[in-house]
Design a protein around this ligand. Structure first.
Ligand code: C5P
Length: 302
């Protein structure tokens, strides 16, 4: 049973105050893009996970845990517990989504594992309560099941689909080494405190919603916003050069993807994305430059 699952970029990541449970209230506009991991679930004597890189993908698979800390394995165990079956499954993960890159690769693999194991164990995905299980595993996992474009409230797990028209074309610049999501959120809190800034209560951007509904890439480029970006740039100052290079090369918008360190650039067309990707690769400011389009569906059995 093989499931294909997309990466995400955050079109708006509005970070509110730190809550008592250690999470932040968010307005998180997720957008699924055509950069896919695949997870294959096969019956095994005991739960285990293997990881390989997809052809042509320069992903740091050595940084993916293959012990109990692996999110896909946790997902399989959680679902098995819910269904009352043994979690005896081997999960073969084939990665193209950057590891710890701010594109929710680990969350995507968890979503894919939930769907693959539900099918393998003959569970009705609706009856098994996959979205609720997904939210237990991580804030970004429910969106990886849903796909498309959606606003996430709460810690990002309460999703409402967003109306979009047409296709948007993206270029992603990956970076060497990951960034820890908790560390980036903590740095965001620290910067706000040091600046004497109270955390604002985030609101969904009307300009962003209009640009998505109208399929207007130029307006979308201008509306992209990520409250974690100053923190990611503080922890990884070299990303500023990558963002500047993309803007100078004509990107309609440029931002850090989620908690980084992947950076995202919006192009006006597929041709523009190809030109932008080639020019960015020439600049030598990225580990790898990849193209993708969105929105695309969430986790899907292949
Ligand atoms: O939900 P997930 O386990 O993916 O979150 C990873 C970390 O990111 C959390 O432990 C927390 O530090 C931070 N986070 C947050 N507020 C959110 C989502 C994540 O502070 N809404």
């Amino acid at each position: 049973m093989t499931v294909r699952v997309p990466a995400k970029v955050n079109l708006q990541l509005g970070v509110g105050p730190l809550r008592d449970d250690g999470y932040h209230d968010l307005v998180n506009v997720f957008h699924a893009v055509s950069l896919f991991d695949e997870v294959t679930a096969v019956p095994a004597r005991e739960p285990r996970v293997t990881v390989e890189a997809a052809p042509d993908a320069q992903v740091a698979i050595q940084d993916v845990p293959v012990d109990g800390g692996n999110l896909a394995l946790r997902a399989a165990r959680l679902l098995a517990g819910r269904l009352g079956v043994e979690p005896d499954v081997e999960l073969r993960i084939r990665k193209a989504i950057p590891v710890a890159g701010g594109m929710a690769g680990g969350s995507a693999d968890a979503a894919a594992a939930l769907l693959a194991c539900a099918r393998l164990w003959d569970a009705d995905p609706d009856a098994a309560g996959l979205p609720e299980l997904a939210a237990e595993i991580g804030s970004d996992v429910p969106f990886a099941l849903l796909g498309g474009t959606a606003v996430g409230l709460g810690r990002g797990e309460r999703l409402t689909p967003v109306e979009t028209s047409g296709t948007f074309h993206w270029v992603f610049a990956t970076a060497d080494g990951g960034l820890s999501t908790p560390a980036v959120y903590a740095e965001c809190d620290r910067l706000r405190e040091a600046g004497g800034e109270a955390a604002p209560w985030p609101r969904a951007s009307e300009e962003l919603m209009k640009s998505l509904a109208g399929g207007d890439a130029r307006a979308l480029g201008a509306a992209l916003a990520n409250d974690l970006q100053p923190a990611a740039l503080m922890l990884r100052p070299s990303l500023r050069r990558t963002l500047d290079a993309g803007r100078e090369l004509g990107a309609l918008g440029a931002l850090v993807s989620g908690s980084g360190p992947t950076t995202a650039f919006l192009a006006g067309s597929a041709g523009h994305a190809a030109d932008l990707a080639a020019a960015l690769a020439q600049e030598g400011v990225a580990r790898q430059v990849v193209r993708a389009h969105g929105p695309v569906p969430g986790a899907t059995v292949v």
